[in-house]
Design a protein around this ligand. Structure first.
Ligand code: HAM
Length: 430
């Protein structure tokens, strides 16, 4: 009996079957995320994988796809409904409110971690996926919306992505949305039967989602639908203009997409999304976010505003590989020890430990006492030096050391291994 991973999941392993699943690439992307977040003054939050279901139904909207179709929800043994987090905004706000953080000074947080959505499994769409995201809480200035957008674009730049396209829109405040929803219902009512099944359902619950539907019939009908821009209040218009002007001033390229509304119900005012330039259908956004004033109050906290984004790590890694960007070099192993019999193995084992104590990475070849196979393993593990100890070396307190980069070899006293200072290392190298 062999077991398979759950559908819609993947394994990140060394020597993986696809380059985007390389753990070194993931670590590189995580490092860049942490570095860029720190530049903007964000502090990391590490949160539980699951929450009481209401945290999501109250925030994302019961009618959103994420809550209505995609959430992993189950009863725990105490009979409470809990859900694996499909995103991290609501859990972060729950934690913020629970910790009484409004009394403290931290108001910008970032997170990196897995989320779960029972999505249609396909390339770029997984049932467990990683998000890097940020949230700024309690600051209503439009400039923080721009900080979020700028951070997201800096992150893509830092990892080396080239073909990204940023789109922005404003969906106004609650009142604006209400008036716009009424206008949309009036417009779509005569075409109701021509809309996709999902959009027919959304007609009553959230008609805004019809205009960003990917179904061809919905897309066609949406072309002439009313645009949110004609419903924005003066304040919302001024805010959006400031955002667009500042993006231009800051040299952050973008396009305004009046049909961009995003898939979660909690957004208001600024919304943004980043896609691949050549992804015409805009099926798989690399990242997206927006403002969610009112959500913190909805979750039982103070009437604070909020803004943030989330970006999928898988999609970033896949795009990096597809763009053929120079991927991070494989991590090097300092020493690979090869023993040629059992008594040499005993000696090698203590050398192995000694090398590690000095802060160098080292491995011992266990599978056999064969020098050829040992060297092959050393090469595939990207070792810099191979140390070979056979009967002769053991007798004379020596080792054969091979520089696998320069491809030369010499016999040196074993005492060299006792002090692998840079100076000695240099002697080995020269
Ligand atoms: P979202 O657009 O639902 O927003 O997800 C953000 C990103 O997560 C997407 O752009 C995509 O890269 C990735 N993603 C989503 N679903 C999947 C999937 N099934 N497989 C792979 N990647 C996926 C949010 O989650 C909001 N919480 C973002 C936010 C933060 N808004 C304000 N603050």
């Amino acid at each position: 009996m062999t077991y398979h991973r759950v559908k819609g999941c993947y394994d990140i392993l060394p020597e993986a079957d696809e380059p985007w699943k390389d753990p070194a690439l993931w670590q590189f992307v995580f490092e860049k995320a942490r570095k860029v977040a720190a530049l903007y003054g964000f502090k990391e939050a590490i949160l539980p994988a699951f929450e009481y279901t209401e945290v999501f139904t109250r925030s994302s909207g019961e009618e959103s796809d994420i809550v209505s179709k995609e959430m992993y929800t189950f009863m725990d043994k105490g009979g409470r409904s809990v859900s694996l987090r499909p995103e991290l905004t609501a859990p972060l706000l729950r934690a913020y409110i629970e910790a009484g953080m409004q009394q403290k000074s931290s108001d910008r947080f970032f997170y990196i971690g897995p989320c779960w959505r029972y999505d249609r499994a396909q390339k770029g769409r997984y049932r467990q996926f990683y998000q890097f995201g940020t949230e700024i809480i309690g600051v209503s200035e439009a400039y923080v919306d721009i900080e979020c957008i700028s951070l997201l674009m800096d992150f893509y730049k830092a990892v080396g992505l080239k073909g990204t396209l940023l789109t922005v829109n404003s969906i106004g405040d609650k009142e604006t949305r209400k008036r716009f929803e009424t206008a949309l219902r009036e417009y779509f009512r005569p075409y109701l039967s021509e809309l996709s099944e999902d959009s027919q359902r959304r007609f009553e619950t959230n008609p805004l989602r019809i205009i960003d539907s990917k179904a061809p019939s919905d897309k066609e009908l949406s072309k002439n639908a009313p645009k949110i821009s004609s419903f924005l209040s003066d304040a919302a218009k001024i805010r959006f203009e400031l955002i667009c002007e500042t993006l231009v001033k800051e040299n952050i390229p973008f396009a305004v997409d009046l049909n961009l509304v995003r898939g979660l119900d909690y957004y208001c005012d600024t919304v943004f999304e980043v896609v691949r330039k050549e992804d015409e259908g805009r099926q798989n956004s690399l990242g997206g976010g927006g403002r969610y004033d009112g959500l913190i109050k909805e979750l039982g906290g103070p009437d604070y505003s909020g803004v943030g984004f989330g970006t999928g790590i898988e999609r970033v890694c896949q795009m990096l590989c597809e763009e053929n960007q120079a991927l991070p070099a494989q991590e090097q192993l300092d020493y690979y020890l090869i023993a040629l019999d059992e008594s040499c193995q005993r000696a090698c084992f203590s050398h192995l430990q000694e090398i590690r104590k000095q802060g160098f990475s080292a491995l011992l070849h266990y599978k056999n006492f064969n020098v050829k196979k040992g060297l092959k393993a050393a090469e595939s593990l990207h070792a810099r030096f191979a140390i070979i100890i056979g009967e002769e070396e053991l007798k004379n307190n020596q080792m054969t050391i091979k520089d696998l980069l320069k491809r030369d070899e010499r016999v040196l006293p074993i005492s060299f291994l006792m002090e692998l200072s840079n100076e000695n290392r240099h002697k080995i190298l020269t």
